[in-house]
Every structure is written in C-alpha cells, then in structure tokens.
Design a protein around this ligand. Structure first.
Ligand SMILES: [Zn+2]
Length: 310
C-alpha cells in the first residue's frame, strides 16, 4: 500500500519526461519496486592514522530476531531485557552490519575481511575511488561466511591482484572442518596465499595478534603509523551493547564459548587501558570508536566523532 502510493507520487514527479508518460502505470510501479533491491548504496568513512589512510566500507546490514539467543546464551532474561532498555534498543530484535576495513600504507593497499558480498564492497570502495584491481593484500580475521564470501565474485577472485593473508591456525581449523563458505571462497585462493602466526608483521606497521575463541584462529590486527595506533578487532566482540557491557555473556557464533568470552574480555580491557581506537566488523557504521571502563568486567562503546579530523 505504502509503496504503491509512493510510486504514484514518483511517477507524477517525473511526469515532465514524455517517455515515462508512455509507460503503463503498472509496469512503472514494477520497475520502481525492483530497483531498490538490486542497488546497494556504498558507504565509506575515511580517517588518517599517521601516514596510513584508514577507510571503513559498509558491506551490508541485516536484522536478527531474539538477540538473547545470539548474544546472551547464558544471560538472565530479565537482566538482558534491562540492559536492552537502558540502551534504548529493543529486546526482541537486533540490527547488524558488516564493515570491512581498507588501509592504505606507503607500501600497500590492504583490505581486512571481504564482506558477505563482493558487489556491495565494490560499491563502497567506489565511493572513495578505489577499484578491486588496486588491492594488494586481502587479510582475514577469521573464516566465517560473512567475512569470506566476498573473496569471490561470480566464481572468480574479486581482488585479482591481491595476495590472500590468513592466520595459520584459522586455516588449519577450516581445512579440517570445511564448510561451504570456506570451500567455495577460501580454498580457490590458497595457492599463493600467505599463512601467518601470532605476532607476525604482515606489512610494515601492521601486526597480527591472536584473539582465539570466536574461532580457533581468530586474529586482530594492530596498526601503528608514526606512533598512532588502532586495533582492527574483527569479531572479538560483535554487539556494541551486549558483548561490550557483558563480555561474559556467551555468544552463539563463538566456536569455543568459554575461550570466546575470555578473549572478548581481554581485548576490551586492553582497548580501555590503552585508550586505543578500534574498528569492529559488526559495530554500528562507521564501526570506529573507543572502549571505556564501566565497572567490573564491563565496558561501554564510545563511537568516534571528530577525533581524527584536522
Ligand atoms: Zn562476523
């Protein structure tokens, strides 16, 4: 109903174009209904970090019902409801996004995680004038589907000139327990890929740091340029309220629920202690912020605003 009314108004607004006036109203409504589903409006947010240019790329958004079934497996339902209400978010659904990060260093143009869909990431890259062919390295935090499906586009590598860099432990795990996303998107790129270990520098100024638990090889990446630092946290914590305020609440997608909670608390505590800015893959876009202490094993997310503009 609402859509049909909106479309009629749209048709009136462009009524000055004679060609459109000849299109039957029903067909026009059909075309206009179909258009928004096909087009993803790319979004990118760019900051400077020393000599690095750091850009977050929106890869898509989605809704999930019953957030307690994902972010509070061991939570008391009344407490879960209270935390939701205190943060002005509904208790019965959650909105999420996917946000890969692009880092331009003096030596390389590195994409961290490939998103769920290469076309969406391409649209967000285009917003800052980057083409898929420009990417020199694609680095993975881990190999869940929403991070690797965008490695391939129509059966071909989405980043034809890029070397794939993966945590060795992560690849070992999925090689032994392959799922569809791994088989279709990672395996074809393993020839020539580089497998890295905890503490290894992947390109000058960027170091891999294991944060195992969400997956067995889940890895964060510390950027350090001219003394300015930022941590790419991947899925160490995946909800900006539940997993940050209550890192002990177990998460459905953590392969090891206990280690996942331990790693989450450790990464959050470090961000708070060092007052490090971070980018989190499932944080609200532009997915860039800080972590502040909020009591015992509890923290709060502080979105970045103008700290990086000058
Ligand atoms: Zn994820």
């Amino acid at each position: 109903m609402f859509k049909a009314r909106f479309n009629r108004r749209g048709a009136l607004a462009v009524g000055a174009l004679p060609l459109l006036l000849t299109v039957p109203a029903a067909r026009m409504a059909q075309a206009q209904d179909a258009a928004p589903a096909a087009a993803f409006a790319g979004r990118a947010n760019q900051i400077r970090l020393g000599s690095f240019e750091v850009t977050t790329l929106l890869g898509g958004t989605g809704d999930m019902p019953d957030p307690i079934q994902t972010f509070g497996l061991n939570a008391d339902p009344a407490e879960f409801e209270q935390v939701s209400a205190q943060n002005f978010i509904p208790n019965d659904r959650t909105g999420s996004g996917y946000t890969p990060t692009l880092v331009r260093t003096p030596e390389a143009l590195v994409l961290f995680d490939a998103g769920d869909n290469a076309a969406n990431i391409g649209a967000s890259m285009a917003a800052v004038g980057v083409m898929p062919e420009d990417i020199t390295h694609v680095v993975l935090t881990h190999m869940h589907g929403d991070h690797v499906r965008g490695l391939m586009a129509d059966g071909a590598p989405a980043y034809p000139n890029a070397q794939l860099i993966v945590p060795r432990l992560e690849n070992d795990y999925w090689a032994a327990n392959p799922g569809d996303a791994y088989t279709a998107n990672v395996v074809p790129l393993l020839d020539g890929a580089r497998q890295t270990d905890d503490g290894e520098e992947i390109v000058p100024g960027i170091t891999a740091e294991g944060a195992y638990g969400h997956t067995p090889g889940h890895t964060t990446y510390l950027l350090d340029s001219e003394g300015q630092k930022l941590l790419i946290t991947g899925d160490s914590f995946s909800h900006y309220v539940y997993s940050v305020e209550r890192p002990d609440w177990q998460v459905r997608f953590d392969i090891d629920k206990v280690k996942g909670a331990e790693a989450r608390a450790k990464v959050l505590a470090r961000l708070a202690e060092e007052r490090l800015p971070f980018i989190g893959y499932h944080m609200p876009f532009p997915a860039l912020g800080f972590i502040a202490p909020n009591g015992e094993n509890s923290f709060r997310y502080v979105p970045a605003t103008y700290q990086f503009t000058r």
